[in-house]
Design a protein around this ligand. Structure first.
Ligand SMILES: [Zn+2]
Length: 100
């Protein structure tokens, strides 16, 4: 008897699809701080983005906030955020170890 075990899948941002989606929306890629245009996506397997906490007027934070895709300028470190929900089609399923 053989038992097949399927590796768990995790979402991974397909950077080519993401860049195409940004281009389609005419998003400029110039860093507003330093004027260069080299961005990096500091993601990793199992980590597809950040979650911005929601807060109330008294400063109470709720950690289940808005999911975002974060990009970092390779020159000055400026971080930019895009709402993940607008780019769901840019994710692919990969093995948990990050392989396609
Ligand atoms: Zn910059």
């Amino acid at each position: 008897m053989t038992v097949e075990t399927e590796k768990p899948k995790v979402p991974k941002l397909d950077l080519k699809k993401f860049q195409a989606a940004l281009n389609e929306k005419s998003v400029r890629d110039t860093c507003p701080m330093c004027g260069t245009n080299k961005w990096t996506y500091p993601g990793a397997p199992k980590i597809v983005g950040l979650s911005l906490p929601h807060g109330d007027i008294d400063g109470e934070l709720y950690m289940s906030g808005m999911p975002v895709i974060h990009l970092m300028c390779q020159n000055c470190g400026f971080m930019r955020l895009h709402a993940l929900g607008l780019y769901r089609d840019c994710f692919v399923e990969v093995d948990a170890d990050g392989n396609d």
